[in-house]
Write a protein that binds this ligand. Structure first.
Ligand code: GAP
Length: 476
């Protein structure tokens, strides 16, 4: 359970200082587990979102994208099982009145034990969670004398299940009939549109429907920055297959999704698959892709074989046939589904953690250092910074002309203040892969100095080659 809390804290501070992530409504002391993305964060998040969307839809002939509403008919959530079953076991401390998610309380205690004892405690907890043994979980908390961090006492209530869905009222009449939910996953928007898309798109099985959008969960113990939020974004894809072929497709999507992650250049040793200890009753396989954050290996994405459960339940509740006629085998059936589900915010956190580096540049006894965000060029919020060496002699004009040429193709940034070294460091801190300096030599021979973020090397290239060079790198 080796973690690096200091590094994680440094990343959180860096995200705030450089306009990536802010606490929501910070001037009012913030809102717990809700965050806003700043100028650099919003662009980075958009680039991740676009990269996923392109690789899922444009690069797969048989996957189309939709954008369903956040509000859905309340029966959706009865059919999906969320009204009855979307809950976490919680426990309250009677003295502090603080509520804990049982797994988080026990995990935090396990981290205070030595490695073997910690693993033993987690194994016991997993067995009890898998058996839905709430009394057993309370007994475990008591046996280990786990204390509330606020009151310091072991005075606990029983363990109970709490539903994680947010509800609100539709219309002005506050009766139960108008109660609706903020969707806790985007997947159901895909299932209820299965027939619409299949028919209007004349889709043939196997095919997929992808969607990106907000989801909301009333996470009781929301911790660890944007890792667990109450309002977050999911990028999900449901892949509809012929019953009996789901195992092959599950394997296919596991490999395909891992390839996607590795295409972004992280060390493969930082990724692993984690098989679910407890399968949802309708699933016949489920694995998570985990990444090694500074706070340990954690889930980023789930790949789930959901059988025909969701479409079957919507057929039952809506009385509409959710069937597909397979002309190859002359049969009608409810398709089976393989789901890939990744949190956009979690992928953002992964990208930031993987990119962040405090680099020691001390040379010949002269102390120096920098913080550099080594984002893959295709994800970097700004691709190119353009600096005139001085504010005069016509250099800003040349710089702005270059900016006008590049702007329609990728994000550029212009700056003429401070020494060039300082300007480079500011761009390193937000992960800009290329900086170009316009100097007096530019006026003579139409060349510029390009400086590469990662190696800090500089070379002279023709001014009219800058756009092409950057475009090639971001399309790699
Ligand atoms: N449709 C399946 C589904 O929602 P999930 O494992 O509950 O499955 C999928 O969620 C992904 O959504 C997770 O792997 C994670 O990346 C992201 N996610 C879930 N809850 C989250 C939260 N509270 N904050 C941020 N991301 C979350």
């Amino acid at each position: 359970m080796a973690t690096d809390q200091n590094k994680f804290q440094a990343i959180i501070s860096h995200c705030k200082e450089y306009g990536f992530v802010f606490q929501s409504s910070e001037i009012y002391d913030g809102l717990s587990a809700v965050y806003d993305y700043g100028q650099n964060g919003a662009q980075l998040k958009k680039n991740i979102r676009d990269y996923w969307w392109k690789s899922m839809t444009q690069m797969h002939d048989n996957i189309v994208g939709i954008d369903a509403a956040i509000f859905m008919h309340p029966t959706t959530w009865k059919a999906s099982g969320h009204v009855d079953g979307f809950s976490d076991p919680m426990i309250d401390n009677k003295d502090s009145k603080k509520r804990y998610r049982v797994d988080h309380l026990i995990e935090a205690h396990a981290e205070t034990l030595d490695a073997a004892a910690g693993e033993e405690l987690i194994a016991k907890m997993n067995a009890l969670l898998a058996a839905d043994d709430l009394a057993g979980l309370k007994a475990l908390i008591e046996a280990y004398k786990i204390k509330c961090a606020v009151s310091g006492t072991v005075n606990w209530t029983d363990v109970r299940q709490f539903n994680l869905m947010f509800s609100t009222q539709l219309g002005s009449v506050t009766d139960e009939a108008s109660e609706i939910y903020l969707r806790p996953e985007t997947a159901q928007g895909i299932f209820v549109n299965f027939l619409n898309v299949q028919k209007t798109g004349r889709m043939k099985i196997p095919f997929g429907i992808a969607q990106i959008g907000k989801a909301f969960r009333n996470e009781i113990v929301a911790r660890q920055f944007i890792f667990r939020m109450r309002e977050f974004e999911q990028m999900e894809m449901q892949f509809f297959v012929r019953p009996g072929t789901q195992k092959e497709w599950f394997q296919y999507w596991k490999e395909e999704r891992m390839k996607w992650h590795l295409s972004l250049g992280a060390d493969p040793a930082k990724y692993k698959f984690h098989e679910h200890e407890k399968l949802a009753f309708y699933a016949d396989a489920a694995e998570d892709i985990e990444f090694e954050f500074p706070i340990g290996f954690k889930e980023v994405e789930g790949i789930h074989s959901r059988t025909d459960h969701d479409l079957g339940r919507h057929q039952e509740f809506s009385k509409k046939k959710m069937q597909y006629f397979d002309t190859e085998i002359n049969q009608n059936y409810i398709p089976y589904v393989i789901e890939t589900s990744i949190g956009l915010d979690r992928m953002f956190l992964l990208t930031v953690c993987n990119a962040y580096e405090e680099e020691d540049l001390t040379k010949d006894g002269k102390e120096d250092s920098r913080v550099v965000m080594r984002f893959p060029a295709k994800l970097a919020p700004t691709k190119l910074a353009i600096f005139p060496l001085t504010k005069k002699d016509g250099l800003p004009e040349i710089a702005k002309e270059l900016m006008d040429i590049c702007k329609p193709h990728f994000h550029t940034f212009y700056e003429e203040k401070d020494a060039i070294g300082k300007r480079y460091r500011r761009q390193d801190a937000i992960g800009t892969p290329f900086c170009v300096t316009i100097d007096h030599q530019t006026k003579e021979d139409n060349t510029v100095t390009i400086r590469y973020r990662d190696s800090m090397e500089q070379e002279r290239i023709p001014l009219d080659k800058v756009k092409e060079l950057v475009l090639n790198k971001i399309n790699e």
